[in-house]
Design a protein around this ligand. Structure first.
Ligand SMILES: Nc1nc2c(ncn2[C@@H]2O[C@H](COP(=O)(O)OP(=O)(O)OP(=O)(O)O)[C@@H](O)[C@H]2O)c(=O)[nH]1
Ligand SMILES: [Mg+2]
Length: 452
């Protein structure tokens, strides 16, 4: 998502951001390049026009051209515009307090990801300390209730279903009393999707809405459909009324136009994104961070949050200290490799590191050969991992045999570890120094890439 856009916007900004003085022509050229990038990313034409006009107007203002650092001032304007087009502030769910039952109605076209997103949202709320219950109100697709039950089982959230039922509203009522009985505090209602917006679907949704008086009516739309996701949001909002949107398949190779056009065209806020098929592939949509990512400022906060789910805070702090002092051992590395595996796609993680977006492909990561590294590390003794300096030729031979690799591979891994340690020390220090961080963003990546 946004890969190409990111690349192009960064190129456009690079030509201008370092300048001590900028002219109106410089601004026009940069805005023009960004305009092309937005159009290519499938952003709605009206949105692009608005973006261009307001950016130019603001950037040509006296205080930019004459400011101490006009280049950076311009970047800031573009950043703020992007944030505002992405919806401004992050939009939380408007749920009642934890002890009162809230209802969320999920709607959307067939295959948009309603059922999956219902489960994702349930897991998200469960992690936030809520007690969700899922209601299977899609009575049309034969396996719909079964699909939801399987997902519910996976995430440990109860599912209410009535096999053979004909009326979605009746099932909803059943789910409501089940929710009350079991003291659930959020009822998430999965509904039937149709190929197109038609009278039957709208009728059913309207009846469900009237019965449930939901706190949230969330449209689930497929980001891959680009502009039509935005049109669908507009239509659903007119016919049923929406409180927000979940854009799914954000992990796919879409160009991102829907996310950038949604707020301006439909007036509806993007609240969450689906970033994969698994229940945990779900993120709160934060305009500020996405803008930062597009501009190549990375998304350190998301990265840290993701990492926190697997590594606990204390561990992370200890690691930071070790990294700074070069006390990081092979033992720590092995632990890291294992937690990275738990974190899921490494590429997704790397994309969030400042300056890394678009720099590393899945193949690059494969070449890293994590399983191979893990095998070698696991074949070492604890003592060896605590102090790699004791690993002489005979130990190397034993480790190679144990891991099914060669002596040369073992030697290479140790060499790499030593380089990595030095690099980490530098990075850990930068992490506490914004100026050094910025330097790393501009040129430091080459260092990262080279050390592989
Ligand atoms: N890659 C990716 N796939 C997704 C995402 N969300 C859903 N899917 C996949 O999209 C397909 C359809 O998802 P469902 O949740 O069944 O969609 P639905 O809207 O409930 O479909 P109907 O009930 O038939 O209307 C499934 O194969 C999901 O695994 C996502 O964020 N990323
Ligand atoms: Mg479904």
């Amino acid at each position: 998502m946004f890969d190409k856009l990111t690349q192009k916007v960064q190129d456009a900004l690079r030509t201008i951001s370092g300048r001590a003085a900028i002219s109106e022509k410089n601004i026009e050229d940069a805005v023009d390049a960004i305009k092309m990038a937005l159009l290519e990313a499938d952003v709605n034409l009206r949105v692009v026009r608005r973006f261009v006009n307001s950016t130019i107007e603001e950037a040509k203002g006296e205080n930019v051209l004459r400011s101490v650092n006009p280049g950076q001032m311009f970047v800031k304007i573009v950043h703020d515009k992007l944030v505002s087009f992405l919806g401004g502030e992050k939009q939380d769910l408007a749920l009642k307090g934890p002890d009162t039952l809230s209802v969320i109605l999920m709607l959307g076209l067939q295959g948009s990801g309603k059922t999956t997103s219902s489960a994702k949202l349930a897991l998200f709320l469960k992690k936030a300390g809520r007690r969700p219950l899922l209601a299977a109100c899609d009575l049309v697709r034969p396996a719909a209730a079964e699909q939801l039950s399987i997902l519910g089982e996976q995430i440990g959230v109860p599912v209410y279903r009535e096999d053979g039922a004909k009326d979605a509203v009746a099932v909803y009522r059943g789910a409501l009393s089940a929710a009350k009985k079991s003291l659930a505090d959020v009822l998430i209602v999965d509904t039937t999707g149709r190929l197109q917006i038609d009278e039957v679907m709208m009728g059913e949704l309207q009846r469900l809405k009237a019965a449930a008086k939901p706190d949230e009516l969330l449209l689930v739309a497929d980001a891959m459909t680009g502009q039509s996701a935005v049109d669908i949001a507009k239509t659903f909002d007119e016919k049923i009324g929406l409180s927000g949107v979940i854009l799914t398949k954000f992990d796919s190779d879409t160009r991102g136009g829907a996310a950038l056009s949604l707020k301006t065209i439909s007036g509806k806020a993007l609240k969450f994104t689906g970033t994969g098929e698994k229940p945990e592939d779900f993120e709160v949509f934060r305009p500020e961070r996405i803008a930062g990512r597009i501009l190549g400022m990375g998304d350190v906060v998301s990265l840290v949050e993701k990492a926190q789910e697997v590594i606990d805070q204390k561990e992370a702090e200890a690691l930071q200290k070790k990294m700074e002092k070069e006390n990081f051992t092979l033992e720590d590395w092995l632990a890291q490799l294992r937690s990275v595996k738990k974190m899921g796609s490494l590429q997704k993680m790397i994309e969030m590191i400042p300056g890394m977006a678009g720099q590393v492909s899945e193949e690059d990561i494969d070449r890293e050969n994590f399983s191979g590294q893990e095998a070698i590390l696991s074949s070492m003794t604890r003592k060896e991992r605590a102090n790699h300096l004791i690993i002489g030729p005979s130990r190397r031979g034993r480790i190679a045999r144990g891991s099914g690799t060669s002596v040369a591979e073992v030697a290479r891994l140790i060499k790499k570890f030593e380089k990595m340690r030095t690099m980490m020390k530098k990075m850990a220090k930068m992490g506490r120094n914004p100026a050094a961080m910025q330097q790393m963003m501009s040129g430091g990546m080459e260092g990262m890439r080279r050390f592989r």
